[in-house]
Design a binder for this molecule. Sequence first.
Ligand SMILES: O=C(O)CCC(=O)C(=O)O
Length: 249
Amino acid sequence: MLRDQGYVVLPRFVPADGLVRLNAVARAQLAARADPLELEADLQYPGAPPSRAARGGATVRRLLDAYGRDPVFAEFGTSQELREWLEAYFGERALMSRAHHNCLMTKHPLFGSLTGWHRDIRYWSFDREDLVSVWIALGKEEIDNGALWFVPGSQRMAFDADRYDEAKFFRSDRADNAKIIGARDSPRLAPGDAVFFHCNTLHSAGRNLSDAVKFSLVYTYHGRSNTPKPGTRSASKPEIQLVRHPSES
Ligand SMILES: O=C(O)CCC(=O)C(=O)O
């Protein structure tokens, strides 16, 4: 399904007790505002406050380094279920990159921005364009609170550079691109569901029109034989090997 469609939803990927723990840590971490943080005002996506000094300027978009931030976040980024799924997909041992994503994404009702159409490969420099992001919904994710949209099968499509803008967003003002985007789908995620998506799958996300902050834990993985290019941001942080836990039978 992931190779075919470019994304796949795994319902109830996190069991109820794990979800309670993840939500408690997520809320405590947001309240504590410990660095490293990425603010909406820094990115300037549509809907973000114009500056850190403006109203809403302190709105958090990402609590970075989720893996190092709290053992509960690390546990769910390296779980047995995740490792087994990724090893089956890559056909080899899997590693987590700490260089991008590796975050708790928050989307706030006010000042939470929308993210235009893009492929995550824009963040990565690896031997092969074969990385998978895992997005765990800590609460429900629907169109109204800023859920993800995907274009099914887009990970297999080839686009010339002029189909993107300077920031590598897929230009929705072009008729040829608009036709591709027309096939979009926004899977509804229930709390604890996960969506796995390929680094070449076109995706976007809307604003949060609800009255509650949306929390998602997001990590990216690759197979052992697919290595980050030396000297790039992708190679800038030590990676985490997914290994069997001593408790596994
Ligand atoms: O929740 C969002 O706005 C989408 C985030 C996203 O697609 C990304 O960070 O690559």
